[in-house]
Design a protein around this ligand. Structure first.
Ligand code: ZN
Length: 437
């Protein structure tokens, strides 16, 4: 919590125990509901935020009980344990971060100097940086250390308005350490009061002990790790880094086929560094999402649209790695729903989906409304949580952000600040003035 901002949110009424743990957020200048047909949005639907002017949301417990204009809602629910006045502000669904690597030990701040000196990803790896540096540190860390580290990070995510976070493994690269990461992600989420969606990314890189023998490592994943993750119900998704120098589309196909058979839904790190067929693979294996997509070819994009694969774009990584930005307009025009994520990882230390929305508007060609759709309802579907979060509708989780801005356009406009004046997660005020309810 930031004391400097705490005074801005005003509780206009606290009427005690009229309804236990009820919360009314009223008089929002713009209430962005994003309500609509079930499923992710593309084409024209991606620009429709379903805005209610002078809107209000009435919450009971951890769910949205009612919403509409302030006049309607105050008439139907004249009393609430706590009321927040959102006059002059924007209220929208809690942001969903659809792609992160939040669990890791150590940090790689030295690499900023190397990047500034023009060293490539491969040259940085040759100096002992990159993924394998983080793998060493994460293998050495205890599970309790990883939970503690991730908890701090998740609380920062929340302060920026993110209320659901996907977290991948992928810095253990051997079964026991991958499971350690997935357990730490789940525990950190419980402790932080954030919904965490765990993804198994054993195929993030070839570990040093398998150098030059990627097929042997894939066999280990196929014959041991995937089974262990599925049996322990440690993850909802399985992801594979399909790219030059990592895993081939064929290896990805084998891994994701087995993962699907074990009940883990597929995701793909696709066409980030070069076009190696990741987009087409994602369609072939009916992946929930293909992520990055800087170099996706036309056939792959068309196949994604036909198969209903969501494109998760990660502009902060393009910024941090000085790479091109994926073409969001092209994807939406082709009928591919676009989601967003921070890609928080040791190479791209970004906790703010607000910055990601602004980058998507400035560099991925998304309109502010499309970027907000991508950071809420589409991101929710990209992590399999679209029935519970991502829009403001009766019965959904009461995850809301109050922005200190008069219109939603400010979210696409302002770079690197923090507009989240209040954050409500499952009906509880997590940022803003502390109110008992
Ligand atoms: Zn990633």
């Amino acid at each position: 919590m930031r004391p400097a901002q705490a005074h801005k949110i005003r509780a206009v009424r606290g009427e005690g125990a009229a309804v236990p743990r009820s919360l009314l957020v009223a008089h929002a200048n713009q209430l962005l509901t994003l309500r609509g047909p079930r499923g992710p949005r593309s084409r024209e639907a991606a620009s429709n935020l379903e805005i209610i002017e002078d809107g209000a949301v009435y919450i009971e417990g951890d769910r949205i009980a009612d919403l509409g204009t302030s006049q309607e809602i105050l008439q139907r629910h004249p009393r609430a344990a706590t009321t927040l006045d959102a006059s002059g502000k924007v209220v929208l669904p809690g942001l969903v971060d659809a792609h992160t690597h939040t669990i890791f030990a150590g940090s790689r701040e030295r690499e900023v100097e190397w990047k500034a000196q023009g060293l490539s990803y491969a040259e940085i790896a040759a100096r002992g940086g990159g993924i394998l540096h983080t793998v060493r540190a994460t293998r050495e860390a205890s599970e309790a250390d990883l939970v503690r580290i991730a908890l701090e990070r998740l609380l920062t995510f929340v302060s920026f308005g993110t209320t659901t976070v996907e977290i991948k493994s992928g810095y253990g690269l051997r079964t026991a350490d991958e499971l350690k990461m997935l357990r730490a992600a789940a525990e950190a989420g419980r402790t932080a009061g954030v919904d965490v969606v765990p993804t198994f990314l054993g195929a993030h890189a070839v570990p040093p002990e398998f150098e030059g023998r990627s097929d042997a490592y894939v066999d280990l994943l196929l014959n041991e790790s995937l089974q262990a993750v599925a049996v322990g119900q440690a993850a909802s998704f399985c992801d594979v880094f399909v790219d030059e120098g990592y895993f081939t589309a064929d290896q990805g196909r084998r891994l994701l086929g087995k993962a699907s058979a074990l009940g883990l839904r597929p995701k793909v790190h696709a066409d980030e560094l070069s076009d190696t067929g990741g987009a087409s693979l994602s369609a072939d294996v009916r992946a929930v999402s293909a992520d990055h997509l800087l170099h996706a070819n036309d056939a792959g994009v068309e196949a994604m649209a036909a198969a209903g694969v969501i494109a998760t774009l990660l502009p902060a990584t393009s910024l941090a790695s000085r790479m091109p930005f994926a073409d969001g307009r092209r994807l939406l025009a082709a009928g591919v729903p676009v989601a967003l994520g921070t890609d928080f990882n040791p190479n791209c230390w970004c906790e703010s989906m607000q910055l990601v929305v602004a980058l998507a508007c400035h560099h991925n060609g998304l309109l502010p409304a499309q970027a907000i759709t991508a950071a809420t309802i589409n991101a929710a579907w990209a992590v399999g949580r679209g029935d519970d979060v991502g829009s403001l509708e009766r019965g959904k989780l009461a995850d809301l952000v109050v922005l200190d801005a008069p219109t939603y356009h400010h979210l696409g406009y302002r770079l690197g600040g923090d507009l989240a004046e209040a954050v409500i997660k499952r009906g509880r005020i997590r940022k803003g003035r502390t109110l008992t309810h």
